[in-house]
Design a protein around this ligand. Sequence first.
Ligand code: 2P0
Length: 331
Amino acid sequence: MGKERKVRAYTNIALIKYWGKKDETLFLPMNSSLSLTLDSFYTETAVRFDGSLERDEFWLNDVQQEEKAVQKISRVLDLFRETAGITEPAYVTSTNFVPTAAGLASSASGLAALAGAANLASGLHLDKRTLSTYARRGSGSATRSIYGGFVEWQMGTNNDDSYAVKIDDADWDIGMVTVIVNSKEKAVSSRAGMKNTVLTSPFYPSWLESTAKDLTEIKSAIREQDFQKLGEITESNGMKMHATVLGATPPFSYWEPDSIVAMHMVRELRQQGIPCYFTMDAGPNVKVLCRLSDSQKIQSYLTTYFSPEKVIISGPGKDIEDITNEGVYHD
Ligand code: 2P0
């Protein structure tokens, strides 16, 4: 039996969105994206390869997972088994750490933590860049969760050159306030939503063109630590992604009435002189990019409408971490 290894990976929120694949098997995206890793939402996953098991076993938040969820992780584990020459099944335990009542599951931190733990348990010890290509095969957004701070997923052209690169530690008073509008499972998964958008939305080609420009500009905003420019590009890019969805056949939207309330409140905060900008993903929750030092003021304002447990402050998250021996007493 192999040694169990445990890893923590933090989730990330895209400021320049990944929306569409050019290769569904390899998870090669249609465009490069850029995200902020968050410290308030993370996953801890332990993996051990164990010859006494008949097949992979996966426990998430102390509940044994059914076939479909097991298959999803087995595909990633197979990549490590193939490279390391391992034939044993794996025993995987995972815990999602999200604030109470948020109910957010995160494929980004989940699949990144799985890849990170399998990397150590298999003895491969891949560098982080290569590891991000393995995480990518579990879920596109997981590519970026290998690193903390601002992270670019460079789309590349093949399995080996589509990876994550850290752009900046985001340690210049950067934060994000997440507004949980609805924590139920979404009606259109991001995987299905992006596929339908690529195939049917007439706005999609313009999205690709415009997002390439946004990426160049947001990287210069990060380099210059120009928060206003960073925020304006973030808000604009998110809205453009949602516009492609409205143009799909059949048209759909991830927004709910309270998403629009949250967006209005962010605009009001800006009118009050607090710089903050919203973005949304494949669901109704609203994420507010802000100065970490303003996050409590923003939270106070948002909780005049939303319940306090639904408005969560994050700072920048860290790189994926080996926590195998965390909590173990060393003398
Ligand atoms: C992102 N999203 O860049 C974009 C913006 C949602 C909207 O990545 O099919 O779970 O597993 O690669 O990564 C969510 O989609 O999709 C996502 P798959 P994923 O964060």
